[in-house]
Design a protein around this ligand. Structure first.
Ligand code: ADP
Length: 475
C-alpha cells in the first residue's frame, strides 16, 4: 500500500511540538510493517539551511484568477526510513518562523498552507500514485477539500487531529484566494461563525478521522473540549477513532541517546544522578543535588496548566525540591517565570527557548515531570519521561488519562501521580505524594521500573493505523 503523509512539521527536520514527533516517527514504523510511505513537508528556511542532499523531481504552478504560484519538488536522497519530499516556494516558506514570528501568526497562513496542500496533492496524484493520503491538523486540512472539489479524485484521505484548539480560522474572502468555490461557505461545509474554518473542511471532506488518544476522541464530541466543532465531529462519529500516539523508541532511548551526558538503563539507574550533576554544572546551577528535580518541557500556552503552577509557586518552593522549566510561548507567562527565577535562584530555573538537545538532558536528569494540563489530546512528554525513568505527575485528561495510572502500594501498574480537578491544591497534593515516594527508595525504584518497562512505542499504535487504512480501502 502507498501511503502519503502531508504535514507541516516532522522531527528531526522541523518541530514545534508533538505533531513534529508524531509525523517524524509514524511513517518509519509503517514502513517497518511493509508499507510504502512518503512524507511531504514545506521547504522551510531552516530546513534549507541544513544543506540536505536533494534531488529535483518536478515543478508546477497553480493559477488562481490572475495569480500564479510556482512550486518545486525535491526528494531527500538520504532518508532511508521513508521517502521524504519537500515543496519549495520561497515567498511562502523562506521565512524566519514556521507559523509565526515573535508570537504573531503570519497573516497569510491560509495561503501558505492552503497552497502547500494544493501543490502536495497535485504532486502526489501526478507522481506518487497514492492509495491513502494521511493529513495532519488544520494546516493540511484543505487536501481532502481540493481532492473532492477541484480534482474530483477518489483517493482515500484520512485526517488526524492532533489538537482541536488550533483550527485555522480565516476571513471568508480567503476562499476565493484559495481557488475554492463560494458554495463552500455554508454551515455543512467550511463556514464557521461567519468565517471559514480549514479544520472543519478537513473533518467534513476526509474519508476518515483519527485523533491521538481514545479519551480525547470522546472529549472532542462534547462542548467543553470541542471548541465549537463538537457537533460536526459527532456527526462523523462512525468514522472517528482515537489511537494513542507512540514515541520513537530508537530516538528516545536513554541507553543510546547521544544528546545526554551519560547513557543508562534501569540496571544502572544511578547514572541518572550523573546526568543531573552534569546538567547543573552545564547550566551553572547551585542546586542541592540530593533534592528531587521536578521539570517541565512545554509550549507555554493556556492549555498546559501553567496558571496552576504559578498559583502554587510559593508553596512549591517551600518544599525540598528543585524545579526547571524549559519552554516558550506566551510572553506574559514567560516573564512571570523569569521574575520568579530571580527570587528563587537556588532552586528554580526557567529556560525560555526551544532546545531539543537540552530537552533530552532534562528528561534524563529529572526525577519527576509535571503535566498539569487543562486538556491534553495525547501528550508525549509523559511517555518520554517514563522511558527516561522520570515519574510523571499529570492531570487526568486526554492521553494523560490513557497513559498514566496513580501509584499506590496496592496497585501493581501505578506509573505516576494523577490529579483530577483543575485545581492548584490538587496539583500541590500530587506533588507532595510524589515527595513521599522519593523518600522511600525501594518503592521509588519499583515505580521507575514499571515506567521504564512499559511500552509506548509506535510498534503497537502503527498497527492500529494500518487497520484504519485497510478498512478505508475496503469501503
Ligand atoms: P504539544 O504537542 O502540545 O506541544 P506533546 O507533549 O505532545 O505536547 O509534545 C511536546 C513535544 O515537544 C515533546 O517532544 C517535548 O519534549 C517537546 N518540547 C516542548 N517544548 C519544548 C522546548 N521548549 N524545547 C524542546 N522541546 C520541547
Amino acid at each position: 500500500m502507498r501511503v502519503i503523509f502531508i504535514a507541516s512539521e516532522a522531527n528531526p527536520y522541523i518541530k514545534t511540538g508533538g505533531l513534529g514527533d508524531v509525523v517524524g516517527s509514524l511513517p518509519k514504523y509503517l514502513k517497518k510493517l511493509g508499507e510504502e510511505v512518503f512524507l511531504i513537508l514545506p521547504f522551510y528556511k531552516n530546513i534549507k539551511e541544513k544543506k540536505l542532499d536533494l534531488e529535483f523531481i518536478d515543478e508546477d504552478e497553480i493559477v488562481i484568477d490572475k495569480d500564479i504560484y510556482r512550486f518545486k519538488f525535491y526528494k531527500d536522497r538520504l532518508n532511508f526510513d521513508y521517502n521524504l519530499f519537500f515543496v519549495e516556494n520561497n515567498y511562502f516558506f523562506d521565512r524566519k518562523g514556521i507559523y509565526n514570528e515573535d508570537n504573531v501568526d503570519y497573516p497569510d497562513n491560509y495561503l501558505r498552507f492552503g497552497l502547500f496542500s494544493f501543490a502536495s496533492l497535485k504532486l502526489s496524484i501526478k507522481n506518487l500514485k497514492p492509495d491513502i493520503i494521511h493529513i495532519h491538523d488544520w494546516q493540511t486540512s484543505l487536501v481532502p477539500v481540493y481532492n473532492k472539489i477541484i480534482f474530483n479524485n477518489n483517493v482515500k484521505t484520512i485526517l488526524t487531529i492532533h489538537n482541536l484548539a488550533y483550527q485555522g480560522i480565516f476571513n471568508k474572502d480567503s476562499l476565493k484566494s484559495l481557488g475554492l468555490p463560494n458554495n463552500l461557505f455554508s454551515i455543512d461545509k467550511l463556514e464557521f461563525y461567519g468565517n471559514i474554518n480549514l479544520l472543519k473542511g478537513g473533518i467534513t471532506f476526509s474519508d476518515y478521522i483519527t485523533t491521538v488518544s481514545p479519551t480525547y476522541s470522546k472529549e472532542i464530541q462534547k462542548e467543553e473540549f470541542g471548541f465549537g466543532l463538537q457537533g460536526v465531529l459527532k456527526n462523523r462519529r462512525e468514522n472517528l477513532i482515537g489511537i494513542l500516539n507512540g514515541i520513537d523508541y530508537d530516538y528516545w532511548n536513554p541507553e543510546k541517546d547521544k544528546m545526554i551526558y551519560k547513557n543508562y538503563n534501569f540496571n544502572n539507574i544511578e547514572f541518572k544522578k550523573e546526568n543531573k550533576m552534569a546538567l547543573f554544572k552545564e547550566l551553572n546551577l547551585d542546586f542541592d543535588i540530593e533534592k528531587p528535580l521536578y521539570s517541565m518541557i512545554t509550549r507555554i500556552t493556556n492549555q498546559k496548566g501553567l496558571d496552576l503552577i504559578l498559583e502554587i509557586f510559593d508553596k512549591f518552593m517551600e518544599l525540598p525540591i528543585n524545579f526547571i522549566i524549559l519552554g516558550s510561548g506566551d510572553k506574559d507567562v514567560e516573564n512571570r517565570f523569569l521574575e520568579l527565577n530571580k527570587i528563587h535562584k537556588n532552586k528554580f530555573l526557567s529556560l525560555i527557548k526551544f532546545d531539543e538537545e537540552l530537552s533530552h538532558k532534562i528528561y534524563a536528569s529529572s526525577d519527576f515531570f509535571l503535566m498539569p494540563s487543562k486538556f491534553e489530546p495525547c501528550g508525549l512528554s509523559q511517555m518520554i519521561s517514563l522511558r527516561y525513568g522520570t515519574i510523571p505527575i499529570v492531570r487526568s485528561t486526554g492521553g494523560l488519562r490513557d497513559a498514566i495510572i496513580e501509584y499506590n502500594e496496592n496497585v501493581r501498574c501505578g506509573n505516576g501521580f494523577v490529579f483530577y480537578d483543575y485545581e492548584s491544591y490538587e496539583l500541590l497534593d500530587a506533588i507532595k505524594r510524589s515527595l513521599n515516594l522519593y523518600n522511600d527508595r525501594e518503592k521509588l525504584l519499583k515505580v521507575i521500573r514499571i515506567g521504564m518497562n512499559s511500552n509506548f512505542s509506535w510498534e503497537n499504535s502503527s498497527k492500529e493505523y494500518l487497520k484504519v487504512y485497510n478498512k478505508l480501502l475496503s469501503f
